[in-house]
Design a binder for this molecule. Structure first.
Ligand code: GTP
Ligand code: MG
Length: 467
């Protein structure tokens, strides 16, 4: 029997709390539940109830009372999966849940695989693939920003954008294909100038969406912020101050931090992953060198670099170190914060001089702080938020958070690039049409209009059971 014809069941709630929900979905779900559940009102028959009924009763195993529960009935197509479905709200004991699941299985249900409810919802046309993937993101979202992009995607924001691009391209593809049908007659239904405009426009939207992945991925997983700088400049102190806990060891000995230490916090609705590293310097210490190698990796992975130096140093030496870090991150789109630390020890009025002498670029942020005394820390947090917000605004409403969409979007852009050069070189229409069809294909892959079992398997295996 095909799996989708089976009735599936699984716990839908994770541990903790007083109540748990067990979900059942499939043609036989109401009949199977009827066999294990006895309503208190003996006149009620589950199999005769309308959708959205809520019934109170007992679940018994061979006459032994297991729990008193509430049962909600859904009738196809008005359920999450689009199938007949039942939700049993029971007490959250794992014994009760396992026993109820066992009873359901004994009466004909099978255990659901990860994401199988959502997979069915997709297959039954309740949502497209983008929306299905957003469900997993919503469950995993741990900050307001991550939640916002996921909910926009679940509500179909991204899907609409893709559909719009797709239908425009479809229109032109079919015009060109119509020309081909006329063969020798040399007609042009598809206005070449308009087509070129459309392709340029669509390609630039695809490129913009693809480039939003850097931010989108960061928003979804926490924005990686790597703290680096001179040894003993106060990197670990800054980490501790930002996290408001003594996470990293602080000492006056340069080269204290060897391994990287990281933790996440949410500031103003955005999640950041702060990473403290070993300082950057030339040393013969083998272990410190391993730490420095790791620092370079963490700089690579970061969206934002907090570079820390010491107020007591000369502008000249600070500038030469900043140059080095700038070289490391040049053209990467990473944001550089230059933080001059220990201003609580500044008796010589150096802030004023240094702020004139330190060489910054337009995209840099220069701040004078005291990690130890919490001076300038609120401003640092605010500036971090400003930057992310600015990047986000320039991206518009739709942001790609998923590598699968990113890869498909890159392919869309490549296909459209070929269409453009084909139009410029006036290559035969049938070849142009092939590339347009390719772009349409990749757009369809994103929303799931075109899918394979392999793609679906990959997506849903990452879901939790019961969703
Ligand atoms: N006065 C003052 N001292 C600070 C400040 N921040 C850090 N320190 C001191 O500077 C020393 C080094 O601090 P750490 O946070 O360990 O510096 P680090 O950059 O992590 O050092 P390494 O891990 O060795 O590279 C410690 O003695 C701190 O107490 C500050 O804002 N003001
Ligand atoms: Mg340290």
């Amino acid at each position: 029997m095909i799996r989708s014809e089976e009735t599936i069941c699984a716990p839908a709630t994770s541990g903790g709390g007083a109540i748990a929900i067990i979900r059942v979905s499939g043609l036989m779900s109401i009949d199977i539940c009827e066999k294990v559940f006895s309503p208190y009102d003996k006149k009620i028959k589950l199999s005769e109830l309308k959708g959205y009924s809520l019934i109170y009763g007992d679940i018994k195993k061979d006459e032994e009372l297991i729990d008193d529960v509430m049962v909600s009935i859904y009738r196809a197509p008005h359920s999450y999966t689009g199938e007949n479905a039942v939700e049993i709200s029971c007490h959250a004991s794992s014994y009760i849940q396992q026993t109820i699941l066992g009873l359901l299985i004994r009466n004909g249900a099978i255990a659901a695989q990860p994401g199988e409810f959502t997979r069915r919802a997709f297959l039954n046309g309740k949502m497209d693939l983008l929306q299905a993937e957003a469900v997993a993101d919503i469950i995993a979202s741990s900050s307001e920003a991550a939640h916002k992009v996921a909910i926009n995607q679940m509500r179909g924001g991204f899907s609409k954008e893709i559909d719009r691009l797709r239908s425009q391209l479809l229109h032109f593809a079919s015009m060109i294909e119509l020309e081909l049908d006329f063969g020798e007659e040399d007609v042009e239904f598809a206005d070449r100038i308009k087509l070129k405009e459309l392709v340029i426009n669509t390609k630039s939207i695809a490129d913009k969406l693809a480039s939003s992945f850097l931010l989108g991925n960061a928003v979804r997983n926490g924005i990686p912020v790597t703290i680096t700088g001179k040894p003993n400049s106060g990197k670990s102190t800054l980490l501790n101050t930002l996290l408001m806990e003594e996470k990293a060891i602080v000492s006056e000995i340069p080269g204290t931090t060897r391994d990287t230490i990281e933790d996440t916090i949410v500031i103003e609705g955005i999640e950041y992953r702060f990473i403290d590293t070993a300082g950057l310097r030339d040393t013969t210490d083998i272990i410190e060198n391993l730490g420095i190698k790791k620092t370079h990796e963490k700089i690579d992975q970061a969206s934002v670099i907090l570079y820390i130096d010491d107020i007591s140093d000369t502008a000249e030496s600070i500038n030469s170190r900043i140059d080095k870090i700038r070289n490391l991150i040049s053209n990467s789109g990473k944001r550089l914060f230059i933080l001059i630390n220990k201003i609580d020890q500044d008796n010589a009025g150096r802030v004023k001089n240094l702020s004139a002498e330190i060489k910054t670029e337009e995209s840099d942020t220069l701040l004078f702080i005291s990690a130890k005394e919490r001076l300038g820390i609120d401003e640092l947090k605010q500036k971090l938020g400003d930057i992310i917000l600015k990047d986000k605004l320039s991206m518009g409403n739709v942001i790609i958070t998923n590598i699968r969409h990113y890869e498909a979007m890159i392919r869309v852009s490549e296909s459209l690039g070929r269409v453009l050069s084909g139009l410029e070189d006036q290559i035969p229409s049938d070849l142009v049409a092939i590339d347009i069809r390719q772009a349409i294909h990749y757009l369809g892959e994103i929303t799931g209009e075109i899918t394979s079992d392999e793609i679906l398997g990959n997506i849903f295996k990452n879901f939790c059971i019961g969703k």
